[in-house]
Write a protein that binds this ligand. Sequence first.
Ligand code: ACO
Ligand code: ZN
Length: 281
Amino acid sequence: AQSTSEVARMKNLNVIEMGQYQVEPWYFSPYPLEYAHTPILYICEFCLCFYANKTQYTRHRVKCTLQHPPGNEIYRKDDISFFEIDGRRQKTYCRNLCLLSKCFLDHKTLYYDVDPFLFYIMTRRDERGCHIIGYFSKEKESSDNFNLACILTLPQYQRMGYGRVLMQFSYELSKAEGKVGSPEKPLSDLGLLSYRTYWSEVLVDMLVGFDGEISIDELSHMTSFTIQDIMHALFSLDAIRYYHGQHCIVLSERVMEAYERFKKKNHRKIDSSCLKWVPKN
Ligand code: ACO
Ligand code: ZN
């Protein structure tokens, strides 16, 4: 027999439809009961409001005038934009975003109190508007120097390099603040995999062709990564060696091959000159 709490936390949604995509949620998300267990939950991809049936959803789409997330566009390059949204000012949108992202996050209790957070929404533009691809949230004040609370690429866009763009953006904000930062712990399995890949790629890219001495402090200063995260990445690459009484960074052939493969993919990157943002304090 299942306890009530187990039943309450069981996956409660079958399929969600957003724009032209249908996806299956991975985990429980606390949508109101009358919306759960319907065959399809329809979500407006612009305001993130949700509907249990197509007629109501279609009626909403006729009335809904939003063509981008309800915040300031702080970055635009080619078809990619970032919008900054204050949880205190756009409570409904941010709560809807948390409900949606809970479908794909299991390892932490999401905060339904959205006031203390800023939300950075990444979109891709076409003739109909700016479509959400993913987002990350960030505490307005983090006592632990976390520069990111939650990160999500919507499943229909995963494994296309967008997670890297979100992570890079979070570090561009830290650079603008003149701080180092790290994602909030614990990380999910996918979060850890993606961060480790991202940190390693950035560090290897910096170290390739570099001949001479560089300290971990300098690397931290250049990347806004914490020393701990840099060490984590370098150990995962097995790049720290001890020679003639001192520590060296050595990039093995295996690491260089992975780096060449990464370069060939020519992933999207943030162009920091397109960021129009100054820290609030
Ligand atoms: N299997 C193996 N490696 C993976 C996988 C996977 N499923 N997903 C990502 N990676 C690694 C790969 O090395 C990948 O590079 P590659 O595709 O060239 O091999 C790299 O991470 C980055 O991939 P991206 O395409 O840039 O990342 P993506 O857009 O898929 O987003 C993210 C990554 C945000 C973690 C996504 O998987 C996601 O939204 N997951 C669900 C929510 C989640 O777990 N978020 C993190 C929680 S922790 C926190 O919020 C602080
Ligand atoms: Zn809408």
